[in-house]
Design a protein around this ligand. Structure first.
Ligand SMILES: C[S@@+](CC[C@H](N)C(=O)[O-])C[C@H]1O[C@@H](n2cnc3c(N)ncnc32)[C@H](O)[C@@H]1O
Length: 304
């Protein structure tokens, strides 16, 4: 939510339009009944939601939720890591796009320094919220230097950095194809300094391609969502704060489950219908436009 577009005058949704924790829990229960085992709380910034620990406790108590995770900018993580873990959160993913403040601020516009994020990561690790993943979105001409810097910094810490190709999410970020640094290029840059080899995914459909350091000091991942779209193996459903179900990160329209719940409808069959009819393949369609950058670099690293 860049400040130019979502400034001080931006009108946030009235509270009653947001799902209550009970409604979120009810919907998560319905998804779990349909085979979902992993639940990620993201945003926006999830740590800003009042009483988040209460929601975590409710989700953790749902039989069948095996992996309960949260993605955060870490602004409040140092303060909240312990209570999140105590409430039942399993892991966190922290967003960090560079280790130097000027680049970090340029990309995130968040008003707190890198050191706070690093402290948040350590607090989360101490609270047992690991293995911690660190998400770095890489943008051409902005933070390419961060790739090797961050690999070096987090190597041998047990935290796993995942470098993400810059995507046109939300169509508010003025995305251009030229802004994308292909995942192969990032891996090649790290490999020149710290030799790597590909390792298999942890589970089918994992979005990151994984690599281990040959010296045994951990792993890194890349998410090649632009040059190597994975629509065909995508199993993610997204539920917005106001209860809209999206079957694709890039979808501009979704289905309002909140109104169905509040109208007393049986929401399970609605979810079944939406899921079985989904045909999103936005990234694959987009990839037709990315052949030119994908072929500029050696492709053989990915997929091992
Ligand atoms: C949108 S954030 C929301 C959660 C939280 N506020 C945070 O900062 O982590 C979720 C993840 O999306 C990733 N992300 C954001 N913008 C992106 C973009 N243009 N391309 C690829 N990934 C992006 C970030 O790395 C972040 O880890």
């Amino acid at each position: 939510m860049p400040k130019e577009l979502f400034g001080k005058d931006h009108e946030f949704l009235p509270r009653d339009q947001l799902l209550s924790f009970e409604e979120i829990g009810h919907l998560v229960g319905l998804f779990v009944d349909r085979g979902v085992t992993k639940v990620r709380i993201t945003g926006g910034e999830p740590l800003l939601r009042k009483d988040l620990e209460k929601l975590i406790g409710m989700l953790e108590a749902i039989d069948g939720v095996e992996d309960l995770t949260l993605t955060t900018n870490a602004s409040l993580l140092t303060r909240k890591a312990r209570s999140l873990a105590a409430a039942g959160l399993d892991r966190v993913t922290v967003s960090l796009d560079a280790l130097d403040d000027p680049t970090f601020q340029r990309m995130n516009d968040v008003g707190f320094p890198v050191v706070s994020v690093l402290e948040g990561i350590e607090a989360a690790a101490e609270a047992g919220l690991g293995p911690i993943k660190v998400n770095a979105v890489v943008q051409r001409g902005v933070n390419e230097h961060a790739v090797v810097d961050m690999a070096r910094h987090f190597k041998a810490t047990g935290h796993i950095v995942r470098f993400i190709e810059y995507m046109d999410v939300g169509s508010t970020n003025g995305w251009r194809l030229d802004d994308v640094v292909p995942a192969e290029e990032m891996i090649s840059a790290i490999n020149q300094v710290f030799p790597l080899e590909p390792i298999p995914p942890n589970y089918p459909g994992e979005v990151a391609n994984r690599f281990r350091y040959l010296d045994g000091e951990g792993e890194v991942g890349v998410i090649a969502s632009v040059t190597r779209p994975f629509c065909g193996s995508c199993t993610r459903a997204r539920l917005s704060a106001e209860g809209v179900l999206y079957t694709c990160l890039f979808a501009s329209a979704g289905s309002n489950l909140r109104d169905a719940i509040r109208a007393g409808e049986d929401v399970g069959p609605i979810i079944d219908r939406i899921w079985s009819n989904r045909e999103d393949r936005y990234s694959e369609i987009r990839s037709a436009q990315t052949v030119s950058i994908g072929s500029r670099v050696e492709m053989s690293y990915i997929g091992g």
